[in-house]
Design a protein around this ligand. Structure first.
Ligand SMILES: [Zn+2]
Ligand SMILES: [Zn+2]
Length: 221
């Protein structure tokens, strides 16, 4: 499986490029599944030379404005993609991929996903704070090759958003308990106003074996 991060930012997304810029969080899986048609997705497809006609399915985690933009969805569906709405506890099989929806701990209803294809599994958990026990159970039961966690708050402590998003110490705390049920930990959805420069976050998280996603990062597993 291959994940390309089209954007790795959060709800504080800027309207134009600036210091520490990150697009709104979105990812492309194996060129055919697009997760979250946010307002910066078209810009990313141009920059990374993506053939949008290859995108067959659009999934939406939730309808916060950094994850869903009607104009972006219309652009993708006009080019041939189909919107797949998946709620927690529903699953669907498309082109040999099974996608399971799982509950998330977030302000509004939000779906986390486990993608399964040819023996590989990927968890995509944006947005959300502490994982819900049902979601943890699914990860424990199956084991996951790569997991994408919400890392919105960065290293800040005492922030009110901890009840809907993670700080990086929360991710590390969950990692201690999830152990090797996840092979590769990744954080995304980093609020650019709450994080120091990417290199600083990266070098700190590297000590804990966690990859910090950036716009344009591709990981194959
Ligand atoms: Zn968000
Ligand atoms: Zn959200």
């Amino acid at each position: 499986m291959k994940i390309l991060f089209l954007g790795t930012g959060a709800a504080d997304f800027p309207k134009e490029r600036c210091e520490g810029f990150r697009r709104t969080s979105s990812a492309l899986i194996d060129d055919i599944f697009l997760i979250d048609p946010g307002p910066w997705v078209i810009d990313a497809t141009i920059e990374y030379g993506i053939d949008v006609k290859k995108i067959k399915y659009v999934l939406v985690t939730h309808y916060h404005e950094d994850h869903f933009d009607q104009a972006t969805l219309s652009y993708l569906t006009k080019n041939g993609a189909r919107l797949i709405e998946l709620s927690p506890r529903e699953s669907i099989t498309l082109d040999g991929y099974t996608i399971l929806g799982l509950p998330s701990n977030h302000t509004i209803p939000c779906t986390h996903f486990i993608f399964e294809h040819e023996g590989k599994r990927m968890f995509y958990g944006l947005d959300g704070a502490w994982l819900m026990i049902e979601t943890v159970d699914a990860i424990w039961k199956k084991g996951v090759d790569l997991a994408v966690f919400d890392g919105t708050i960065g290293f800040i402590e005492g922030d009110w958003r901890v009840f809907e998003h993670n700080s990086l110490s929360m991710v590390l705390e969950m990692k201690k308990s999830l152990k090797d049920s996840i092979k590769h930990y990744v954080v995304s959805h980093l609020a650019y106003t709450l994080h120091p420069a990417h290199e600083i976050v990266e070098s700190e998280m590297k000590k804990h074996d966690v990859t910090v996603a950036y716009d344009g990062l591709t990981i194959e597993f």
